[in-house]
Design a protein around this ligand. Structure first.
Ligand SMILES: [Fe+2]
Length: 365
């Protein structure tokens, strides 16, 4: 079910793996909206633990059959043809007027406006099945959904709030042992027409002998720009590739592992990473521009994500610049197993992850 694009070069035919695009039909969109509205009436908020605990059953009961099948296949397909990203086009209708003006930053967003969308995203994760969780390392938890909004004060940073510089491709929270298994990005507004950026480990023709050292635990995996640097960080090492040797998973963050000036990899580690990046950077895909209502679902072990630089609040049409509303994207993260990461969740809340860095927890929680 993956998209394969045939590229005809002069002398050879190359098959390029692409994320799978699923166009949601109007009937399916109606079913999802009805489900979200029904669940909102019953549970109030998508944060309600009674809803989240039952999210798998709710997904089976309410989601269209086709989407259930696609989600289940995606969750357990790690094959060479699995890109690791699904694009659901038109999953929800977004009422732009109800949304109002984009707030200046995520801190001032009114989350009640995202409530229905939160239910819809949670159902998609539930169908995998995977459980929506929150991470202390991201916004001190901050709930099951994070609104990603360009913030003028943060425009130069390598964070979701940045805009002026390219956000290098990365797997989310590469510095955690128990990083999210799946991520969803729901675009509720993208008037600037910023393309999404994806990069799949499966896009490499093969992971041959030259990449064998990427399975060694010799790499510094620094925390990202959202976080302060801890002193023990330099000592913690891990591998970039893991899982199956032929068809591996990855924990990769180009900005932090290769270009963070305060982190010095060993010569061997740096050389391997640089060679890997030299191939990887040509495999980045930015051919899809999400529209309001689209959702990108990512397997965070197979596929990295990022974003090109853009000017927030400016839309360019045929070379003429127009003012527009700034972008809003809603991110949800999920884990397949609450049991595997129990040593890294709050005593009273197994949905709240308190891992700080590669198996070490935040001490004050
Ligand atoms: Fe990210």
């Amino acid at each position: 079910m993956n998209s394969l694009e045939i590229l005809d070069n002069d002398s050879m035919t190359e098959v390029k793996l692409l994320p799978t695009v699923i166009e949601i039909t109007s009937q399916e969109r109606r079913m999802i909206k009805d489900a979200a509205e029904h669940l909102e009436k019953k549970y109030g908020s998508y944060e309600n633990r009674d809803f989240i605990k039952h999210v798998h059953q709710m997904a089976s009961y309410f989601l269209p059959e086709r989407i259930l099948h696609i989600a289940a296949d995606f969750a357990s397909d790690f094959s060479k043809n699995q890109y690791g990203a699904l694009i659901f086009q038109g999953l929800m209708d977004i009422d732009q007027e109800l949304l109002g003006t984009t707030p200046p930053n995520w801190q001032s967003a009114d989350y009640s406006k995202f409530n229905l969308y939160g239910f819809a995203c949670a159902l998609i994760h539930g169908a995998l099945p995977s459980k929506p969780v929150q991470y202390y390392s991201q916004r001190k938890g901050g709930g099951l959904i994070h609104a990603i909004i360009p913030d003028e004060k943060m425009r130069e940073t390598q964070t979701g709030s940045g805009s002026a510089t390219d956000l290098y491709v990365h797997t989310e929270d590469a510095f955690l042992k128990h990083q999210a298994d799946f991520l969803s990005f729901m675009y509720v507004r993208n008037e600037e027409q910023v393309p999404s950026t994806l990069y799949s480990i499966r896009s490499h023709k093969s992971i041959g002998e030259n990449y064998r050292p990427l399975f060694d635990r010799i790499y510094k995996i620094p925390k990202d720009a959202n976080l302060e640097t801890g002193e023990s960080e330099e000592e913690a090492l891990d591998s970039v590739l893991y899982g199956n040797n032929k068809l591996p998973f990855m924990r990769f963050d180009a900005a932090e592992q290769l270009f963070n000036p305060s982190i010095k990899q060993s010569d061997d580690a740096h050389q391997c990473l640089a060679e890997f990046w030299d191939e990887a950077r040509h495999l980045i895909y930015s051919g899809f521009t999400p529209q309001a209502g689209d959702v990108i679902l990512v397997n965070n072990h197979l596929c990295a994500h990022g974003r090109s630089a853009f000017r927030a609040g400016v839309r360019n049409i045929d070379g003429i610049e127009y003012a527009c509303e700034r972008r809003i994207m809603l991110r949800m993260m999920s884990k397949v197993s609450l049991i595997d990461m129990r040593a890294h969740t709050l005593t009273e809340d197994p949905f709240f992850v308190i891992e700080e860095h590669l198996g070490k927890n935040f001490q004050h929680l």
